[in-house]
Design a protein around this ligand. Structure first.
Ligand code: SF4
Ligand code: SF4
Ligand code: FES
Length: 461
């Protein structure tokens, strides 16, 4: 199967080969009708009783290879030959897109109208060389998207080129652990917990890549045989080792795990049965930053996954967070290494929801106390319930499952106070049943001092 078949009427060979050569140089697998006509055809075309364009069309039909797009470079005369029209019909009926027609001079006039009934046919006036970049764009647009065939844990899958191994595995329902990656972020492959083994054949003796590949980053290739931690001991050991190294340097439980039991690193340590205590972490104190009104930073819990960096810069376009330092001293930083409170941070919270650990959490003052046992007992709501709830209906199930524990249901009695003015955290409510009264407190305000007027330099106040 070829991408493109370039055909031309005999008098258009120069233009045909220009189109063919251009497409071939652009990496499109192309085939061109032979320049040397079979002697019998060449003789027949000299016969004044016969229409050379018609003869050529028959020849094309017989030598037409399997192709995805057909490019016809024809003169006006050839394009108007009934037999060539039949060939166009045949190609369009087979849904083989056809482009373009060259006419030597002048506007297309009637020819354009005559060709309009054929879907996918474009007629261009002028020399074919003037249209080559447009021709390439058109051919690429018409080419059906190729697919890549590979096998993951013994299951075959077809995906478009450019897909990562991680996304191809998701298509099969195979879970590959990730830490520095999220489906909505550009992968950076800094943690390597998603490592997989890549072989180039089904047998264990077949050639294997020298190193494990990060599934979140590595694009699929035809003929890959991928083994994840489900089927490869080497991969499982590698993921466990990376987790153990990260855990050796991670306060356990971190603020997030202590509060919500969902630090992604600590959950991964449970998954890979990493006991801890075997490796020593760094002794260097990395410190905390409590300067922001809403977000607490614990550098010790940071695993340098860069999710906050991408959340702040790529997703929110706030350009506040980056990295500073090297080796043991590497850490995230705000602006020019300011404290978070002194930086240009707008407290959008994207970095915090992106962070897999307790390195970025709500300040105690603004903590959501959804699970606070004071008041009516909180009831958990599953992501399935949330996605069917009128308020969250049609929300992303994945997003709701990440945040499922942030939403609870409570039953209040008449006279109970749900929230006091000025409180932080747990202050968004959806009243499912009943009626609530809202009282606005109006306390007497102290009289305001008149603002001091700045006097121009050198003038008396
Ligand atoms: S809260 Fe501040 S640092 Fe975090 S993403 Fe928003 S702007 Fe960036
Ligand atoms: S603060 Fe959180 S999101 Fe940012 S690099 Fe550290 S662990 Fe990753
Ligand atoms: S998740 Fe792939 S390298 Fe981190």
């Amino acid at each position: 199967m070829h991408d493109v078949f370039v055909s031309y009427a005999s008098q258009d060979q120069g233009a045909g080969s220009a189109a063919y050569q251009f497409l071939k140089n652009k990496g499109l697998q192309s085939w061109m009708a032979p320049a040397d006509l079979p002697p019998a055809l060449a003789d027949a075309m000299k016969d004044p009783e016969k229409d050379p364009a018609e003869l050529y069309a028959v020849f094309l039909r017989d030598s037409f290879p399997e192709c995805r797009v057909m490019v016809c470079v024809l003169s006006r005369a050839a394009a108007q030959s009934p037999r060539v029209r039949q060939e166009i019909e045949r190609a369009t009926a087979k849904k083989v897109p056809l482009v373009p027609f060259r006419v030597e001079e002048g506007p297309l006039g009637d020819l354009e109208n005559e060709l309009r009934p054929f879907p996918g046919v474009e007629a261009w006036a002028g020399e074919v060389e003037d249209h080559l970049p447009r021709l390439e764009a058109l051919v690429r647009q018409l080419l059906p998207a190729p697919t890549i065939n590979l096998s993951i844990d013994g299951q075959s899958v077809q995906v478009p080129p450019g897909t990562t191994i991680y996304d191809a595995a998701r298509k099969l329902g195979i879970d590959i652990p990730i830490l520095c990656h999220r489906e909505h972020m550009n992968p950076v492959a800094v943690c390597r917990v998603c490592s997989v083994e890549v072989r180039w054949g089904p047998k264990p003796t077949d050639r294997r890549d020298r190193v494990l590949a990060p599934a979140c980053y590595r694009p699929v290739e035809n003929g890959m045989f991928v083994s994840t931690h489900h089927t490869s001991c080497d991969v499982r050991k590698a993921a466990a080792m990376v987790t153990e190294l990260l855990m050796s340097d991670h306060p356990t439980p971190c603020a997030r795990h202590a509060e919500h039991h969902d630090c992604e690193l600590e959950l991964m340590a449970v998954k890979f049965e990493v006991a801890g205590g075997r490796l020593h972490g760094r002794t260097l104190e990395r410190g905390r930053d409590q300067s922001s009104d809403v977000i607490a930073v614990d550098h010790a819990a940071c695993i340098l996954c860069d999710r906050c960096v991408r959340g702040c810069n790529d997703i929110r376009n706030n350009q506040v967070i980056g990295r500073m330092g090297k080796g043991y001293q590497a850490r995230i930083a705000f602006d020019l290494n300011n404290t978070m409170g002194d930086s240009s941070c707008v407290s959008c919270g994207e970095c915090m929801v992106s962070c897999p650990t307790g390195a970025l959490t709500h300040r105690e003052e603004v903590q959501s106390h959804a699970w606070d046992p004071r008041g009516p007992r909180p009831e958990p709501i599953s992501a399935d319930d949330l996605v069917n709830h009128p308020f969250f209906k049609n929300g992303s199930h994945k997003f709701l499952s990440w945040h499922a524990k942030s939403v609870v249901r409570r039953h209040y009695k008449k006279g109970d106070v749900i929230c006091h003015q000025g409180e932080f955290g747990s202050t968004a409510f959806y009243i499912e049943q009943g009626r609530v009264d809202i009282f606005l407190e109006s306390r007497p305000q102290p009289p305001r001092a008149a603002p001091a007027r700045a006097s121009p330099a050198g003038c008396a106040a």
